[in-house]
Design a protein around this ligand. Structure first.
Ligand code: FAD
Length: 432
């Protein structure tokens, strides 16, 4: 039987999934596939909550497909080799997927495209992960925006005229490829990971929180932001649905979703910024990169309570509030004069919602090297930040039980000395 394949990647949901919808509209029965990509998995530790999350979502998709008389085909390995094997096993007429804008997936998809097109198999990519992609939001001369405010203005104008629709899938379910017995879903141990017990944020939109987002979002002691990041990362909720809701409930929250599109666009147009400064001069900074300072930062032992509380929260839960991300990133790059790439990598290994575009964007913003970044001379004062955003020290006390006792270590660096040191290093590099 000739079939179409829908290849799930960062779109692990059943409803409102663009490529899946189009696959089901076609005239071939649709087999759903997920590949545990060993190129990515090989670099992760055996205990990784993101892999557990993916596995949970696959189980849900597998069950949903079984109710339709089909099942999810899950493979493990290098995508090129997996596809070569699939081509031996199935008579494939077309392959559908939603586009991913990070550098490695782009390369991977190019090689799969070449493999499939050599056999006259169409490989169709769709926009699903963002509202606008590629050159859809661009300046009048066709070049990409590199400053957020005009980008967001144009984004909103575009949305008024070109808001993407919803794509329902279930109604077309008769088009799934029938499997008489369900395929075997490999366990986490089968793919070399530990089955951790995790409590992930819900995928439901917290409506009352979104309504109060503008007033409450800056206070890390409370559940003041949605914690939906992991769902946006893996596509377990639809960005189109989120934007429609934001339009009704909170323009401030909408702005955050536009930042997400903005950073995706920056990484797509400037892929070198994954590892190099957006503003080239910043690559000349002579970082101090002192290993003991980095270790103290990672372990939440810098002697600056709001920084330490943030790092302890990250290490314990895989989440950190946006305000605190900004502060700890500023502290690492400016107070400790440590290369932003070290911090970016540490976040990448631990954040449940890790997303290369947003993470690189956030880190380069804090280091001053990014597009539309904080000016190099803006150096957060960690004590003032604590007074402003955690005035009753609720967040600090929650994550630092030894705070206020002799067990709490003194600051590893003095604020005014650190400030003078970083300004000198930045001025030297930037010729200011
Ligand atoms: C140094 C640094 C690193 C960061 N790393 C990441 C990352 O790896 N992944 C990530 O999704 N966000 C990252 N952010 C942005 C932001 O901190 C998180 O998106 C947010 O804290 C996630 O919490 P939430 O899900 O409750 O978001 P909410 O505040 O409820 O916002 C809703 C969604 O909007 C998007 N969003 C919000 N703020 C931003 C932003 N500034 N840039 C891009 N998207 C945004 C996210 O998808 C988020 O889930 C980073 C920020 C900084 C300063």
């Amino acid at each position: 039987m000739k079939i179409a394949i829908h290849w799930f990647r960062r779109d692990l949901r059943w409803e409102d999934n663009t490529a899946l919808y189009h696959a089901l509209q076609g005239n071939l029965p649709v087999l759903c596939l997920f590949i545990f990509d060993s190129v990515i998995l090989d670099s992760l530790p055996q205990q990784d909550r993101r892999v557990v999350f993916i596995h949970e979502q696959l189980q849900k998709l597998h069950l949903a497909l079984q109710q339709q008389g089909s099942s999810l085909l899950v493979k493990y390995g290098r995508p090129q080799e997996v596809w070569e094997e699939l081509l031996q096993t199935y008579d494939i007429g077309a392959v559908y997927c939603n586009r991913d804008y990070e550098p490695y997936p782009q390369e991977r998809d190019k090689s799969i495209y070449a493999l499939l097109s050599a056999r006259q198999i169409v490989f169709k990519g769709y926009k699903d992960h963002v509202i606008f992609e590629k050159n859809e939001v661009s300046k009048s001369d066709g070049t990409p925006y590199t400053v957020f405010t005009p980008y967001s203005k144009r984004w909103k104008e575009m949305y008024l005229h070109h808001a993407p629709p919803s794509y329902e899938s279930v109604e077309h379910s008769r088009h799934f490829y029938p499997t008489s017995t369900p395929y075997h879903l490999p366990s986490l141990t089968d793919i070399g990971f530990e089955a951790l017990n995790c409590d992930f944020p819900s995928a439901d939109f917290p409506l009352s929180l979104i309504e109060k987002y503008a007033e409450q979002r800056n206070f890390p002691a409370y559940q003041s932001t949605t914690h939906l990041g992991i769902h946006f990362r893996f596509g377990t909720i639809s960005i189109r649905q989120a934007v429609r809701l934001a339009m009704q409930k909170s323009m401030v929250w909408l702005n955050e979703l536009i930042w997400r599109d903005f950073f995706q666009s920056i990484l797509y147009h400037f892929p070198h910024t994954a590892t190099q400064a957006f503003k080239p001069g910043y690559d000349s900074i002579q970082w101090l990169n002192r290993a003991s300072d980095f270790e103290a930062w990672c372990n939440g032992k810098t002697g600056y309570p709001l920084v330490d509380a943030g790092m302890r929260e990250l290490n314990a839960t895989g989440f950190m509030h946006n305000r605190i991300r900004m502060l700890v990133a500023s502290f690492l790059t400016k107070h400790l004069l440590i290369d932003w790439r070290w911090g970016e990598a540490y976040f990448a290994a631990r954040l449940l919602d890790y997303d290369m575009a947003a993470n690189v964007g956030g880190w380069q913003w804090a280091a001053g090297s990014g597009c539309d970044a904080a000016p190099y001379f803006r150096i957060f004062n960690p004590m003032l930040q604590a007074n402003k955003f955690d005035p009753q020290q609720l967040y600090i006390k929650k994550w630092l039980p030894e705070w206020g006792t002799s067990a709490y270590a003194p600051p590893i660096v003095e604020h005014t000395i650190a400030r003078a040191r970083v300004l000198a290093a930045y001025r030297l590099a930037l010729g200011k």
